[in-house]
Design a protein around this ligand. Structure first.
Ligand code: C5P
Length: 237
């Protein structure tokens, strides 16, 4: 069953905490990204623990293997259910991330977080890949990076809904797909270019669906979240 992830893209700890307070009773995961991790990491970790909610730590680690492993060890905690890395860091770096997560989780006696790989940032276009000298079609590069991530022990990749079928066909249903760019019917698309509805994301086989602004800017965030959760359940029926 696809899980809903709410992106806490909010400028202050108070606002992020309020959002968790509004939604913690629903079955969602909260995504803390670089804005929150650079701005108020300890506050959000403490609040997530107090409310007993799951976190996706969207930290996109990318450094030498030892440094990534050390950072991963600091992030593993009971509420962290997903942490991500950049596949462009390479196989050894991703291995180090997965090993460190497993090692630290074992020390703590908890389940290790799932490790997801970012392949090519969706903000990048073909000319960006060309400029970097990464040869080939950008979609092909993303699929190749997903394969490397899978071989390195990552649990899944972050991709657009439109790429889920190809990802699953290439790497199997157990390799998980986490998809942003989701908009309920009639919602504003904002700066997202290739959007999909929660229903079509479930139909495509997404395992995790990330929604930010359609929930954050809703007059009633709880109602907006419940409507998306209902759509996910209906799409499965
Ligand atoms: O507000 P919205 O629903 O567009 O937020 C989507 C979230 O997913 C943001 O936190 C954004 O950074 C993240 N994301 C994305 N596209 C990617 C990777 C992450 O939109 N390829």
């Amino acid at each position: 069953m696809a899980q809903l992830i709410v992106a806490l893209d909010l400028p202050t700890a108070e606002e992020a905490e309020r959002c968790i307070d509004e939604l913690y009773e629903t079955d969602v995961i909260f995504k803390i990204g670089l804005e929150g991790l650079c701005g108020y990491p300890e506050r959000i970790f403490a609040h997530a623990e107090a409310r007993d909610v799951r976190l996706f730590i969207d930290v996109k680690l990318h450094d030498i293997p030892r440094t990534v492993g050390a950072a991963m060890e600091r992030l593993v905690r009971p509420n962290a259910s997903i942490v991500n890395v950049h596949a462009l860091g390479g196989s050894r770096m991703m291995h180090a991330a997965v090993d460190a997560a497993a090692h630290r989780a074992e020390q703590l006696g908890i389940t290790r977080p799932e490790i997801f790989a970012v392949t090519m940032l969706t903000s990048m276009e073909q000319r960006d890949a060309d400029e970097l000298g990464i040869g080939g079609d950008i979609g092909g590069i993303a699929m190749r990076l997903a394969g490397i991530a899978r071989s390195a022990g990552c649990d899944g990749a972050i991709c657009s809904v439109h790429e889920v079928a190809a990802l699953k066909a290439a790497y199997g249903g157990n390799f998980l797909a986490l998809t942003p760019g989701i908009r309920p019917e009639n919602a504003e698309s904002h700066d997202q270019r290739r959007i999909a509805t929660p229903r079509s994301a479930v139909a495509a086989g997404s395992d995790y669906i990330v929604v930010g602004r359609p929930i954050l800017t809703a007059p009633d965030r709880l109602a907006a979240t419940r409507a998306i959760l209902d759509e996910i359940v209906e799409a499965r029926a």
